[in-house]
Write a protein that binds this ligand. Structure first.
Ligand code: B12
Ligand code: SF4
Ligand code: SF4
Length: 195
């Protein structure tokens, strides 16, 4: 935003969002020509696939628009086939109540038994409908240090042995704190017996 202010002058009004407000980010990104909404319901870019996070600056600056990109999914349905819980009920349409990402990250209720055996080794979030996508096969690693992974894979026994104090210390600065120890340990107990 500082750079925009340098170019456009101090009177320009702006506000930035990154998954932080009720803004239809995928829809806006598609209309801004950054990609198309794939059948996995995520924004896909021809080069980066869906391995990207969206952020936006809303401003009163008069800017010219790019044209939206054409749909690149074609007849492919790999993401729908790969979803372990059939949460992608039709192309581009996700039933969040069945999605492991919702169940492990957002839901306040215990994970229903019918989904426990389908969690693979995911204790938080799920990327299977992204892993399956042909556009996601050669991911570009982020250069910025802020986007580098801050920790290697979690050890389930270690996670299950943590108390709240140790959890806060171990994951200080990580988004895992948002999930909370109770939720993570619930998932860890469920995936322990999965192959
Ligand atoms: C709620 C939410 C979830 C929910 C529901 C997701 C869903 N697909 O509905 C849950 C918890 C399940 C979830 C999971 C994930 N999420 Co999420 N989530 C959001 C959030 C906060 C809101 C999305 C939303 O429901 N908006 C409200 C509805 C009405 O809008 P919408 O879904 O965008 O649909 C509108 C338009 O897109 C358009 N539209 C929809 N489909 C189509 C199809 C066509 C053809 C057209 C023309 C238009 C169109 O019409 C709709 C109505 O206006 C966004 C951030 C944000 N503020 O947008 C992140 C966001 C979508 N999530 C993101 C990510 C990364 C994930 C996960 C991969 C995380 C993970 N690893 O577990 C999974 C992926 C699951 C999946 N396959 O979608 C990223 C996606 C980046 C990308 N490449 O698109 C976002 C954008 C966050 C970010 N800032 O980067 N998420
Ligand atoms: S994130 Fe996992 S559970 Fe959710 S739609 Fe994608 S594959 Fe299905
Ligand atoms: S897996 Fe196929 S259908 Fe699904 S989002 Fe990727 S290209 Fe589109």
């Amino acid at each position: 935003m500082d750079e925009i202010r340098l170019l456009a002058g101090p009177s320009v009004r702006m506000r930035a969002f990154v998954d932080t407000a009720p803004v239809l980010e995928k829809c806006l990104a598609a209309r801004a020509g950054l990609g198309w909404i794939g059948k996995n319901s995520l924004l896909l870019h021809p080069q980066f696939g869906s391995w990207l996070v969206l952020g936006e600056i809303i401003t009163d600056l008069e800017l010219s628009c790019d044209s939206p990109l054409a749909d690149g999914c074609g007849k492919c349905t790999r993401c729908l086939e790969k979803c372990p819980t059939a949460a992608l009920v039709q192309p581009c349409c996700l039933d969040a109540r069945r999605c492991l990402s919702y169940l492990t990250l957002e839901s306040k209720k215990p994970i229903p038994a019918e989904f426990a055996g389908r969690m693979n080794q995911f204790i938080l979030g799920c990327d299977l409908c992204q892993d399956a996508c042909p556009y996601n096969q050669n991911p570009r690693l982020p250069e910025r240090s802020a986007f580098q992974p801050c920790r290697q894979a979690l050890n389930l026994d270690e996670l299950l042995s943590l108390d709240e104090t140790a959890f806060q210390e171990t994951f200080a600065g990580s988004s895992l704190l948002h999930a909370g120890l109770t939720r993570l340990q619930q998932s860890a107990r469920l995936v322990r017996h999965n192959p």
